[in-house]
Ligand binder design. Structure first.
Ligand SMILES: CC(C)(COP(=O)(O)OP(=O)(O)OC[C@H]1O[C@@H](n2cnc3c(N)ncnc32)[C@H](O)[C@@H]1OP(=O)(O)O)[C@@H](O)C(=O)NCCC(=O)NCCS
Length: 178
């Protein structure tokens, strides 16, 4: 994983590490506030159903990718983690299906960073033999076009959001269709 060929200033992609916990919380804020600030960071991190996307980062099984600008400053991230059935994420499909969160800082959007992050996450998942990735996207969020273009399909509904799923591997006989 290294520099990607995006228009504008160079962008470097690298695996997310434990040092990125605070930045992932910033990106979580962007993802939940995609249509304008509804919550502050402090408020969000007090809400367990939101905070659990980053709590204890990284846990076993978590994986993610950070995009940096040419000065090494993080400008976007995507990561995936699984959730138990009794503490599901908004895009929960099954306890063994990682759910992803994606965001790019304002000012760095619209030049391919989000697409490059998502592609890198999918590559990382495939290398780790992860065969399904899920996500939740709220009605009206144009990010849905990015997900659909990458092969995610709608498999469920939670509140005012679609649950989308990407199948990285062919269906396996022991896994029920979702
Ligand atoms: C969604 C997001 C990560 C996309 O990152 P990005 O770097 O802007 O994405 P790209 O430049 O790679 O564009 C990819 C596609 O995203 C779609 N898209 C996402 N947000 C868009 C917006 N606000 N307006 C128009 N298109 C948008 C477009 O289809 C675009 O493809 P196209 O240019 O071929 O039409 C970024 O806009 C973001 O952080 N948004 C706020 C947080 C958020 O909504 N996260 C997702 C929660 S489900």
């Amino acid at each position: 994983m290294s520099g990607s060929h995006l228009p504008g200033a160079p962008v470097r992609l690298r695996p997310a590490t434990g040092q990125d916990a605070d930045f992932l919380a910033d990106v979580l804020l962007e993802a939940f506030n995609w249509d304008g600030a509804r919550h502050t960071s402090a408020e969000m991190l007090r809400m367990p159903h939101i905070a659990h996307y980053v709590t204890g980062w990284p846990r076993a099984g978590d994986f993610g990718v950070v995009a940096e600008d040419d000065t090494g400053r993080p400008i976007g991230a995507v990561w995936a983690r699984t959730f138990p059935a009794d503490d599901p994420g908004y895009g929960h499909v099954a306890p063994d299906v990682p759910e992803l969160t994606l965001g790019v800082l304002p000012g760095h959007r619209g030049r391919g960073v989000g697409s490059a992050l998502l592609d890198a996450l999918v590559e990382t998942a495939a290398r780790s033999s992860v065969d399904l990735l899920s996500l939740s996207v709220e009605d009206g969020n144009p990010a849905v076009r990015l997900y659909a273009a990458r092969g995610f399909t709608v498999v469920g509904r939670e509140g005012e959001s679609d649950t989308m799923l990407l199948r990285l591997a062919g269906p396996t006989p022991e896994r029920p269709e979702v």
